[in-house]
Design a protein around this ligand. Structure first.
Ligand SMILES: NC(=O)C1=CN([C@@H]2O[C@H](COP(=O)(O)OP(=O)(O)OC[C@H]3O[C@@H](n4cnc5c(N)ncnc54)[C@H](OP(=O)(O)O)[C@@H]3O)[C@@H](O)[C@H]2O)[C@@H](O)CC1
Ligand SMILES: [K+]
Length: 515
């Protein structure tokens, strides 16, 4: 999804209205997408879900009310906390308020008293059985102007307090978390800490600022096709519509030698699992053949350990690797320290390899130490520590986008800077920001899985930037599915193996245009 400032969105909105699309239609389309996204992301095993919409008085509140009406129709137990009385609401918000109450009159749902004191709300929440609570932040959206007024600031505090004290509460910000500046990402004195932010029609640049990451949470792009946004930025947030073209059906007559081959140099004593994870990830990304090259000391250990589908070859030194048949070469996961001769051999191999080279972990450390030059066919996947080794002179607080740009200034490669909101950069191309995944992925082994998938996709013919974008999105999505489908049950319990085992489900979910 493209990036656009609030002013650009307002221009697009005016153009749409001039072309005959009503503001009400825009709101209803947005709300329908947001409600679908919330239902998709909310634990489907629970039948009853308690939802509270916090609303202000503008169109952001109108969106929230329209979403709430849809969730009520879906059988959820819905409630409202309003900052203002109905008479003070603006046109469309008031209309949605009336529509909500008309719809509510025909259901058994009871509404929370809008004037309820926070203590009353807490008592009410304490009474309800331990069902998931979904909180909608419809206090303020792109119409925000200046510091929050008290009526809104109080409810922001209440949302954050509920999130902090109720382990079963999930906060969904509609369009923008209230208190986060949509264009700059500056965080006000009070700002909603969202688990998800459903961004309508475009991504406001503030949402991807480093400062805003922990308030925005998981970005959920909700398309609004009636808005013709003309962005001045070429940067984008990766979403499933952007990737579905890459997940095409395979020709029926495909066989393994036509499905790509990856050569892997990974694993050392103490880090054998990295080789296991990255080779299996390449395989699960759809590649026909994966060959793992090992030095004599690790050969017996790795041969006994990796998946049976992997070919394991022993070489005396990396100089003996002859991989003309591979379309991708993956170097680094768990590689450890190499002697000088093997370091030189890897440099020679990388320099003359025609296919895509994916460098990760110790592969990056080696390249940084030896000041390798990176070319168009190279993908690097550093975490923040490895990034600092690539750019030793960069300041500790340099914004992540600037780090990527500094690297690209000297190198032609595709850079994948991992972290919350992984960034993918390539020279003369807009930055790509990932939307999927979350803190569940902060664990050893996830990077090995990512590197393997990158190599596996590249070996099947994808361009480096495409392979990197699809790989990061799939890893994040697979982790989400592993948590929500109960394989790991709780975000803390996720392992890289869980992510790997949900890769197929993530591919299907992406092809099905998940949020
Ligand atoms: N773009 C699109 O095409 C679509 C956009 N859509 C939605 O519309 C949203 C934008 O709606 P919007 O313009 O009505 O503004 P919104 O954020 O609801 O707030 C305005 C109200 O806030 C108030 N207020 C302002 N500053 C304040 C402060 N610091 N502290 C406290 N209050 C403050 C101000 O009143 P005031 O206080 O100035 O009297 C005013 O009443 C957008 O985010 C998206 O959700 C969708 O419907 C689909 C199509
Ligand atoms: K909001």
């Amino acid at each position: 999804m493209k990036l656009a400032t609030c002013a650009q969105i307002r221009e697009a909105e005016t153009r749409a209205i001039d072309a005959g699309v009503s503001a009400y239609t825009l709101m209803e389309t947005a709300a329908s997408g947001i409600a679908d996204a919330i239902i998709q992301q909310t634990d489907a095993r629970n039948e009853e879900i308690f939802c509270i919409a916090y609303i202000g008085k503008g169109n952001n509140a109108g969106d929230a009310l329209s979403v709430l009406r849809r969730l009520m129709a879906h059988g959820w137990n819905v409630h409202i906390r309003a900052a203002y009385s109905a008479e003070d609401m603006e046109g469309l918000c008031q209309l949605q308020w009336e529509k909500f109450h008309d719809a509510e009159a025909s259901t058994l749902t009871t509404e929370l008293d809008v004037t309820a004191e926070p203590t009353l709300l807490r008592r009410k929440l304490a009474d309800i059985p331990r069902m998931p609570i979904v909180i909608l932040d419809g206090l303020l959206g792109s119409g925000v102007d200046g510091p929050l007024k008290p009526a809104i600031a109080e409810l922001v505090q209440e949302i954050n307090e509920l999130r902090r004290t109720c382990s079963n509460a999930t906060v969904w910000a509609i369009d923008i978390p209230t208190g986060v500046h949509p264009d700059t990402g500056e965080i006000g004195e009070n700002a909603v800490q969202a688990d998800y932010t459903a961004a309508i029609g475009c991504i406001k640049p503030g949402l991807i600022a480093d400062t805003a990451t922990s308030h925005v949470g998981r970005l959920v792009p909700v398309p609004l096709n009636d808005l013709d946004i003309q962005p001045e930025y070429s940067d984008e947030v990766i979403d499933s519509p952007m990737l579905s073209r890459l997940l095409v059906r395979r020709p029926y007559e495909l066989y393994k030698n036509k499905a790509g081959r990856v050569a892997v140099i990974a694993g050392s004593i103490g880090m054998l699992g990295a080789a296991q994870l990255c080779t299996e990830a390449a395989l699960r990304a759809g590649v026909g053949l994966v060959v793992l090259y090992c030095l004599p000391e690790t050969y017996p250990l790795l041969a006994a350990r990796v998946s049976p589908e992997i070919m394991v070859k022993q070489v005396q030194t990396y100089k003996n690797i002859d991989e003309d048949d591979a379309q991708a070469l993956l170097i680094g996961p768990g590689l450890g320290q190499l002697d000088n001769a093997n370091q030189l051999a890897l440099h020679a191999l990388v320099s003359c390899f025609d296919g895509t080279v994916v460098l990760d972990a110790d592969g990056i450390n080696l390249a940084a130490e030896r000041s390798w030059r990176f070319e168009k066919n190279h993908i690097l996947t550093p975490h923040p520590g490895e990034m600092r080794r690539l750019l030793p002179s960069a300041g500790m607080n340099t914004p992540r986008k600037e780090l990527v740009n500094s690297f690209l200034y000297n190198h032609d490669a595709t850079l994948v800077l991992k972290g919350a909101r992984t960034i993918i950069g390539q020279r003369r191309q807009g930055m790509l920001y990932n939307s999927t995944g979350g803190p569940s992925m902060a664990k050893g082994g996830q990077g090995d899985v990512l590197a393997g998938i990158c190599a596996g996709l590249a070996a099947q013919g994808m361009m480096p930037r495409d392979a990197a974008a699809l790989a990061v999105y799939l890893c994040g999505r697979a982790s989400e599915l592993a948590v929500s489908r109960g394989c790991s049950g709780h975000e803390r319990a996720l392992t890289a193996g869980d992510t790997l085992r949900h890769l197929g489900a993530a591919m299907q979910s992406t092809a099905d245009l998940c949020y």
